[in-house]
Design a protein around this ligand. Structure first.
Ligand SMILES: C[S@@+](CC[C@H](N)C(=O)[O-])C[C@H]1O[C@@H](n2cnc3c(N)ncnc32)[C@H](O)[C@@H]1O
Length: 357
């Protein structure tokens, strides 16, 4: 194992590499990559792939990662399966893994790789059959076992590896394919739905069941507010823009025509969400101040990153929040991720755990 495959949003390969290099460096590990810009993946060459692998879970720009065991090139179109089976046989003897719970044929998300996605989608069937014949695949899909991962750069080049169940992303290749709810006022609604699932886990709806109130800063036309209303929260929607009429008719929304940087609620609310298109450092500080001032218990907010120095900008914001948290709220929960539904932006969750004084 001398490399890790990391998936990221196409166009964010530099940020993904900068971040994993930084995180690995903090632990004393090093690596490098020849980037394919706009591909949606990074191959991080490192002698410490096993040690670096778990780090992706705390990264912002990486959607998922797994260690590469074998790299096959120039596959013969008349027998692609043979060399892959050989690689799997040596993978099994190297790792001692006797049974896979699933097999996944993967591809890059970048525009240049769309034809490979069709190929990979079909090729999984013969691979699955071959593994079954060898007794290497569980009868039913079993997420508690390692998954055999095959990444097709194209139909002639494949990377072979296996994952650890505890390090697997909750969605295949870290891509949350959520259905757009037709009643929602904007597609942005999917960002907040994905954020809740990513930060709170699959039981997020049950966790929100105890919550009563929310504030949405930069709410118009109401995609994020709609998610909160769907969980039966009463929402103060702060924006000078117009809100969706059907959403307003729910009776669970008060439209506040005000500046999100100055308005505050009378009483502490459960959730603060914010999607204002504003300077990210300013938004991050506002969110911290709301929670520190006990105007809200928990916050999820979006940070629009600048075109250049996106990783650097995030590092500065993170350093500022980290130092405020270390000084004042050492038990705080602070998570960030570039979600599948995020574009030139990332999403952050903050819980200072200071609701009880
Ligand atoms: C990306 S849109 C929000 C979309 C919304 N989350 C949704 O799901 O429909 C950004 C909104 O932020 C609002 N905004 C920007 N600066 C603001 C401020 N200082 N105070 C209040 N709203 C602001 C804009 O009017 C705009 O409606």
């Amino acid at each position: 194992m001398t490399a890790l495959l990391l998936y990221c949003r196409p166009g964010f390969e530099k940020e993904c590499l900068a971040e994993i290099t930084y995180m690995a460096g903090e632990k004393g590990y090093f690596g490098w990559s020849n980037l394919l810009i706009n591909s949606g993946f990074v191959i991080f060459e490192t002698e410490n792939a096993a040690e670096v692998y778990p780090l992706w879970q705390k990264s912002v720009f990486c959607r998922e990662a797994w260690p590469i065991h074998h790299r096959l090139e120039d596959l013969d179109p008349s027998d692609r399966l043979g060399p892959i089976q050989q690689a799997v046989t040596s993978l099994v003897s190297e790792t001692g893994v006797r049974l896979f719970g699933n097999v996944s044929c993967e591809y890059a998300e970048g525009d240049d790789f769309h034809s490979t996605s069709r190929f990979a989608g079909k090729f999984v069937h013969p691979v699955r059959q071959a593994l079954r014949n060898q007794g290497l695949l569980s009868k039913k899909e079993d997420p508690s076992l390692p998954t055999l991962r095959l990444f097709f750069k194209d139909s002639a080049q494949v990377l072979v590896g296996l994952d650890e169940p505890r390090l697997r992303a909750p969605w295949p290749m870290g891509i949350a394919r959520l259905r757009f709810p037709s009643a929602a006022p904007s597609r942005s609604t999917l960002k907040l739905e994905e954020a809740f699932a990513a930060f709170l886990g699959p039981e997020w709806r049950a966790l929100l069941a105890d919550c009563r109130t929310g504030v949405d800063l930069g709410a118009a036309p109401g995609g994020w507010t709609w998610q909160l209303v769907k969980q039966e929260l009463y929402v103060y929607a702060v924006d000078n823009g117009s809100m969706d009429k059907t959403l307003m008719a729910s009776g669970l929304v008060e439209h506040v025509l005000a500046d999100g940087f100055t308005w505050k609620p009378f009483k502490m609310v459960d959730w603060l969400v914010c999607d204002m298109v504003e300077k990210p450092a300013r938004v991050a500080r506002l969110m911290y101040d709301w929670l520190d001032g006990r105007h809200a218990k928990y916050a999820i907010f979006n940070l629009k990153l600048p075109m250049k120095k996106r990783f650097h900008e995030w590092q500065e914001i993170k350093a500022q929040l980290d130092s405020l948290i270390a000084e004042n709220h050492p038990k705080a929960v602070f998570k960030a991720r570039q979600l599948y539904h995020d574009r030139e932006e990332i999403t952050v969750m903050l819980d200072l755990r200071n609701q009880n004084g």
